[in-house]
Ligand binder design. Structure first.
Ligand SMILES: Cc1cc2nc3c(=O)[nH]c(=O)nc-3n(C[C@H](O)[C@H](O)[C@H](O)COP(=O)(O)OP(=O)(O)OC[C@H]3O[C@@H](n4cnc5c(N)ncnc54)[C@H](O)[C@@H]3O)c2cc1C
Length: 621
């Protein structure tokens, strides 16, 4: 039996441009990628949504760009993934991060390669990334991704995605949140009664409005981002999306990062680039375009008249913030509104989309009367420790860069840096030793670029799941190694199903209700158990052929056992075999899952919050 969609809802009816609802089931505050994704995920389930966005949906800045396989799974469910893959290259020519002195140039040490690591599932990582998910890593700057998601949101929730509307107040009442929305064109303030609100405002207003405290350091490092067009085809490096540059000239001030932005190539042939420099490293006034271009040319070793065209410039700061609470009454915080971290690791946008995926099926289940409101408390129990881990990890990634310059002997003393580079390129025992030290420091950045343990292995300690007492496989905070497991709270292992071309076991998981995954010969017994267990949450029984050896090796239960899987593909419960009373066992599991599980004795976020403080203490600002 294959998974079937059981939506009790009719599709959302369109809303006219001049119609304003006085009430809605879910009001979404903010139309960034997270708010728009929530709108799609809820509208697909027939939930009445209204998204209000302060801006005009003109997308100006490149911002985040890496979309890891778990995020692409969510985009697949939102029916957005195909458009992303169609618009971005899937080949391997961008899956590498490199370190150079400069890209090119006439100097003795210009264009010198310092090191490289495979990145984003490329090179030697390809096989283990492919084994973790049916969806591949993608790369699409937000400049192009956000309009694409926006287009899909407009289609999924016609008339309900409103721009130039600003949430100015939220009043919590017993049965609704009353949201005041100001029309930024007319100045008119309207109120909308929402059963729930998703605050996806990027952390701009909601925390203060709701009195939610954000834990962690702010404004740790100011970064200036320039979106430019320039020709870098003279760079000897043919296949890297991301280049880090460090050079002893100017007392090792020439450090910065460039990222290929396409639109047709994502390597040295890119037409557009994002140049990112810590504000303190900018030579001269960062707002003076001529001085700035001179500074970019020096960093990359380009000639003084090398043409550069500026598209945009933004300044932003490294924060490492985790909300103390992800829920304030009827308001749930998601994306940057709930957590903010440095871009090192590319987890900001990814974790926000994963928030949306975690939250929206739960909201739909509660609004459909299939689960009590308590299910929504599991959103914080699950996501807060995970994003605390992500925040600590991202900050630690930022700290892995300065040791490379240190291993190269770069200091404020320019002459010393040049002498050190002489050693680095020398055919001497000292040169060998230095190259080994530099290679080791570059290699530590695998934690940032080959981080499958973080990207695919995040799991939930507690929440809408039934722990089975088994230990977490491997080291739970190892960012690199991923252990596929069906342990409750972990992601359903991915296996291509035998004899079903291009169908993963992931594709059997229903987006509405829960899925009980078993083998074909046990499906009748489990179907009877589902019927006898009762309850309002629809459960699809999905079966894999008994002789599917790949699935038998991955499922970690007997053939007559079952996995209860949520729409976000997290395993909620596992029965290692068919119990004596399958209906009773299933009913007990459902009761725990739908009330959001039991709170753990200790806060699983706490160790990560400590790691954030420790990493912030040593961050070079
Ligand atoms: C300049 C910059 C560069 C970045 N670069 C990277 C990067 O290289 N890598 C990376 O991983 N991440 C990066 N990020 C972070 C990444 O862009 C975010 O993690 C991601 O956009 C979060 O999405 P979001 O939807 O939660 O928030 P946002 O994208 O910030 O969207 C929030 C939306 O809410 C709207 N809003 C705010 N207040 C209100 C209100 N009161 N009423 C209505 N609407 C409101 C805002 O206008 C905004 O459109 C960058 C962020 C910035 C600002």
């Amino acid at each position: 039996m294959s998974a079937s969609e059981k939506s009790p809802r009719a599709p959302l009816s369109p809303l006219g441009d001049d119609e304003w609802p006085v009430s809605t089931e879910v009001l979404i505050m903010g139309g960034g990628p997270v708010g728009l994704s929530c709108a799609i995920l809820l509208a697909q389930r027939g939930i009445d949504v209204l998204l209000v966005e302060r801006r005009d949906f003109v997308f100006r800045f490149p911002r985040a760009h890496l979309l890891n396989p778990r995020t692409m799974e969510a985009f697949h469910d939102m029916r957005v993934a195909d458009d992303i893959y169609a618009a971005t290259p899937t080949h391997d020519r961008w899956r590498k991060a490199v370190w150079y002195t400069t890209a090119t140039g006439p100097g003795r040490f210009d264009g010198l390669k310092i090191g490289e690591v495979p990145a984003w599932g490329g090179g030697p990582d390809a096989e283990r990334y492919r084994a973790s998910s049916p969806r591949a890593f993608a790369n699409m700057p937000q400049l192009r991704l956000d309009p694409l998601i926006h287009r899909h949101a407009l289609a999924a929730a016609p008339g309900r995605i409103r721009s130039r509307q600003e949430v100015v107040d939220i009043v919590q009442e017993a049965d609704a949140a009353v949201v005041s929305v100001r029309d930024l064109e007319s100045g008119v303030v309207r109120t909308v009664r929402a059963q729930y609100v998703i605050a996806a405002d990027g952390g701009r207003d909601s925390a203060a409005m709701l009195g939610v405290e954000m834990e962690g350091p702010r404004d740790m490092r100011e970064v200036v981002n320039y979106h430019v067009s320039m020709d870098l085809s003279a760079w000897s490096e043919p296949d890297a999306l991301l280049g880090h540059f460090m050079h002893p000239a100017g007392g090792a001030r020439r450090r910065g990062t460039i990222q290929a932005l396409g639109p047709t190539h994502y390597n040295r042939d890119a037409e557009e680039w994002l140049v990112s420099v810590a504000a303190w490293m900018v030579e001269g006034d960062p707002d003076d375009e001529a001085a700035l271009f001179a500074s970019i040319r020096r960093m990359l070793g380009l000639a003084e008249d090398h043409e550069i065209t500026m598209h945009s410039m933004t300044r932003w700061s490294y924060d490492a913030l985790v909300a103390k609470s992800f829920r304030a009454g009827r308001v749930l915080l998601a994306g940057d509104a709930a957590h903010k971290h440095p871009p090192t690791g590319g987890l900001g946008l990814n974790s926000g989309i994963q928030d949306a995926q975690n939250l929206c099926w739960k909201l739909a289940a509660v609004l459909d009367g299939q689960a009590p409101d308590a299910l929504l408390d599991s959103y914080e129990a699950e996501r807060r420790p995970t994003v605390a881990w992500y925040t600590a990890h991202s900050l630690e990634n930022a700290n892995r860069h300065p040791p490379i310059a240190e291993a190269l002997g770069f200091t404020d003393d320019e002459a010393e840096g040049f002498r050190s580079l002489e050693v680095f390129v020398s055919d001497t025992p000292e040169g060998d030793a230095m190259r080994a030290r530099v290679a080791a420091e570059v290699g530590h950045n695998a934690h940032d670029y080959s981080q499958l343990g973080v990207e695919a292995g995040y799991h939930y300690w507690a929440g809408a799941l039934v722990p089975d007492g088994t230990p977490v496989p491997g080291d739970p905070s190892d960012p690199v190694t991923f252990h596929a497991t069906s342990r409750p709270g972990h992601h359903l292992p991915h296996v291509w199903l035998a004899g079903r071309d291009g169908v993963s076991v992931h594709d059997l998981i229903a987006q509405t209700g829960l899925t009980l995954l078993t083998s074909a010969s046990s499906a009748p017994s489990w179907t009877a158990a589902v019927e006898a267990a009762g309850g309002r949450m629809p459960i699809t029984v999905a079966a894999v052929a008994d002789d599917d050896a790949g699935w038998a090796a991955a499922r970690q239960i007997e053939g007559d056992g079952a996995l209860l899987v949520r729409p976000d593909r997290k395993v909620a419960w596992r029965s290692p075999h068919l119990p004596k009373d399958p209906a009773g066992a299933l009913a007990a599991a459902l009761e725990t899952v739908l009330r959001g599980g039991d709170a753990p004795a200790d806060d699983p976020a706490e160790p990560y919050l400590r790691r954030i403080r420790a990493a912030a203490d040593v961050l070079v600002r």
